[in-house]
Design a protein around this ligand. Structure first.
Ligand code: TRP
Length: 332
């Protein structure tokens, strides 16, 4: 809590192209909170370097992420949008929190286990202590809520444990944050293998719909989506493909599963897939156009990054000063 206002914090890595899973599970909801919360939305480039990055790509994607935040309806006047490495307090608090985080706790993180399998040639210490940096991101701003996808729930829970432990030793330091996970859009599955999560790094381009895909591409991908041998548009056990399409359609149209089943009663999978593709493309079209418009103006993007970093640094300083004092670091 900052000056009586509740705080919402979230972060997205500037690595890879974002999918409709990222859009529905996180980005689309971020703007909602700006009315009633003080919002910080961070581009976490320091998290991104836990796996190897091509410098030019990382830089470009950081600009793109800033443009995408705005294209998804985040107003830089209403929310603090910024790049993590522009605010050194993140790295500073991360070091401190590392000293309050257990080796055992970090070893249990499923994202660490997954990523160390995927990047077996580079299991670095940063990949292991990644959740301490994420805890620093969140705790620096006295955050109340953290809107994230289900895959980040474990990290937010660890953040709560770290904050609680720190507060027991040094009372009144951090607000204990709460993860907010939307039920709809919680887990969007791959279109090629609907038992697997849709992943931005999937090698099969038909498995993934990207936020910036154009209309024809979106529709083509949905047309090819893997379903089952039945014909009736209905949720059901073992019907992962159809369940996924119903849930995507529901996210984009706001209709419930029952309404959707009624709408497509007696119509086949082909017609349904086309409708899902169109609903998705109609929602993404304005985002893509706005993204292109904003991205073209680099000076504006940089000005907004600077403004966001200054704002974030102002609040981060308050917390870091308090933490240093509580720990017994000498103030000069
Ligand atoms: N770890 C998150 C992810 O991979 C990104 C992230 C970093 C984040 N810091 C955060 C999310 C703080 C929420 C709050 O998606």
């Amino acid at each position: 809590m900052l000056n009586d206002q509740k705080v919402s914090f979230s972060g997205i890595q500037p690595s890879g192209n974002l999918t409709i899973g990222n859009y529905l599970g996180a980005l689309k909801n971020f703007a909602e909170y700006t009315e009633s919360y003080k919002c910080f939305y961070c581009i976490v480039d320091e998290h991104a370097i836990t796996v190897r990055q091509v410098p030019a790509d990382l830089r470009r994607r950081s600009y793109e992420m800033m443009a995408l935040y705005m294209a998804c309806g985040l107003d830089p006047e209403k929310a603090t949008l910024y790049v993590q490495s522009h605010v050194p307090a993140h790295a500073e608090l991360a070091w401190i929190l590392n000293c309050f985080t257990g080796f055992g706790e970090l070893s249990r993180m499923t994202q660490f286990k997954d990523k160390s399998q995927k990047h077996a040639d580079n299991i670095n210490a940063g990949l292991f202590t990644y959740p301490a940096l994420m805890a620093a991101d969140i705790l620096l701003y006295q955050t109340d809520i953290v809107p994230v996808g289900i895959d980040q729930k474990q990290h937010v829970e660890l953040t709560r444990d770290i904050a609680t432990r720190f507060n027991q030793l040094y009372p009144g330091t951090f607000t204990i944050p709460e993860p907010i996970i939307k039920k709809t859009g919680m887990k969007i599955m791959s279109l090629a293998d609907p038992t697997k999560k849709m992943s931005k790094s999937d090698e099969n381009p038909n498995a993934v719909v990207y936020i910036l895909d154009d209309k024809d591409t979106v529709i083509r991908k949905f047309k090819r989506a893997v379903t089952d041998s039945e014909t009736c548009v209905r949720m059901g056990e073992g019907k992962d493909g159809i369940n996924n399409l119903i849930s995507i359609y529901s996210c984009f149209t706001g209709k419930t599963a029952e309404e959707i089943e009624r709408e497509f009663d007696g119509r086949g999978y082909g017609e349904f897939k086309l409708a899902v593709g169109e609903a998705c493309a109609d929602s993404l079209d304005p985002v893509r156009e706005e993204f292109a418009r904003i991205l073209a103006d680099k000076a504006y993007l940089e000005a907004m990054m600077k403004k966001g970093a200054d704002e974030a640094a102002y609040y981060a300083r308050k917390t870091i000063t308090k933490v240093r004092r509580k720990l017994g670091f000498v103030q000069i």
